[in-house]
Design a protein around this ligand. Structure first.
Ligand code: OSB
Ligand code: MG
Length: 366
């Protein structure tokens, strides 16, 4: 496969409602899209980096910079996804940028051969159960109304964002209102330290599926200590940047569940490695999200269909994020999203909508 050029496109996507986490409030998603052009097919991917380096060290401008200066120039002459991974390996970090480039190449490669990403990865089902991530709100009544609305839409699992000062009360209120059968979990986005352990043990009374990333990104050891103090299972998100991180976390006992985000760990090939490793160790997986458009969502659904993904993911319907998605919107049916079946990621941006939200484009000839 010969690549003739790559387009870097920035789009601005207003969110349907502000999304507040312990690290900040998003009102608009600033997304970098990649389009890889070959004589036979085009490949699309979405970089999950956010505007500011608050969730992880990467950020959109930085991802675009490392792509144009280092990663794209290092592409082999006849790349496939595996060769892209090897060619980018010497460059440290920048896994979100690498993931976008590898995924766009993989999409072009699979569209050329007519295989779906789901089949390529080894998907075991044609639809996946959907959970929804609920941001920090200004009040408990507002939170309860929001959760009620999501449950009416059919979401099968609720994840509450928490931070010091917004943890026990919202969890207690949601449990009381919606009952013990509700699949409920929380995500702290690294907002606590090990000294908060006595406070966090109070969450144990609420039968949560898991607590996601309570401590700092690089605190694998502290998470292992915390895991011994909590009954609630620990799930890691930010801490897992690669299969090696997953191996270390599993060996140390830092987590018993992993939130896999392909865009954070360097791509779908690395996600497959984590899948196989976690499965062999009895560690449960679910597929997270980064407020993706339909382009990133389509690829995540293919991964979420693998057999080791045994918990509902943050793969929500398009309308949970955007009034108008750049692809045909993903819709919830009985609490599930269908896994795309077409070649590659199985979906394309709608040209007119894409143009409307585009803030800049840059063409790099290879
Ligand atoms: O920590 O999982 C997270 C969104 C942006 C950045 C980090 C996270 C999230 C979410 C929402 O929780 C996931 C989604 O619905 O896409
Ligand atoms: Mg998270």
């Amino acid at each position: 496969m010969k690549i003739t050029g790559i387009e870097l496109r920035r789009i601005a996507m207003p969110l349907v409602a502000p999304f507040r986490t312990s690290f900040g409030t998003e009102t608009e998603r600033d997304v970098l899209l990649l389009r890889v052009v070959t004589p036979d097919a085009e490949g699309w991917a979405e970089c999950v980096a956010m505007t500011d380096p608050l969730y992880s060290p990467e950020y959109v401008d930085g991802a675009a910079d490392v792509l144009r200066r280092f990663l794209i120039p290092a592409l082999p002459t006849h790349p496939d996804a595996h060769r892209v991974g090897r060619a980018l390996h010497p460059f440290k970090g920048h896994r979100m940028a690498k993931a976008a480039l590898e995924t766009a190449v993989l999409d072009a490669q699979l569209r050329t051969t007519g295989q779906s990403l789901a089949t390529f990865l080894g998907a075991a089902k044609d639809r996946v159960p959907s959970g929804v991530s609920v941001g920090i709100m200004d009040s408990i009544p507002h939170l309860l109304d929001t959760v009620d609305d999501y449950l009416h839409q059919g979401y099968l699992r609720i994840k509450l964002k928490i931070e010091p000062g917004w943890d026990l009360a919202p969890v207690r209120a949601v449990r009381e209102r919606f009952g013990d059968d509700l699949l409920l979990q929380v995500d702290a986005n690294a907002a606590y330290t090990l000294t908060d352990a006595p406070h966090l043990t109070k969450l144990d009374d609420h039968d949560l599926l898991l607590i996601e990333q309570p401590l700092a990104n690089d605190d694998l050891l502290q998470h292992a200590h915390l895991a011994k103090l909590l009954k609630t299972p620990i799930c890691l998100d930010e801490s897992i940047e690669s299969a090696e991180h997953a191996a270390a976390a599993i060996t140390l006992g830092s987590c018993s569940i992993i939130n896999v985000k392909p865009g954070r760990i360097g791509g779908y090939l690395e996600a497959r490695r984590i899948h196989d490793l976690a499965r062999a160790h009895g560690v449960a997986l679910w597929c997270g999200g980064m407020l993706e458009t339909g382009i990133g969502r389509a690829a995540n659904l293919a991964l979420a269909a693998l057999p080791g993904f045994t918990l509902p993911g943050d793969t929500s319907a398009s309308r949970r994020y955007y009034a108008t998605d750049i692809t045909t919107p993903f819709e919830l049916r009985e609490g599930h999203l269908d896994v795309p079946t077409g070649p590659g990621i199985g979906i394309d941006p709608i040209p007119d909508i894409l143009e409307e939200v585009t803030t800049s484009t840059e063409w790099i000839t290879l």
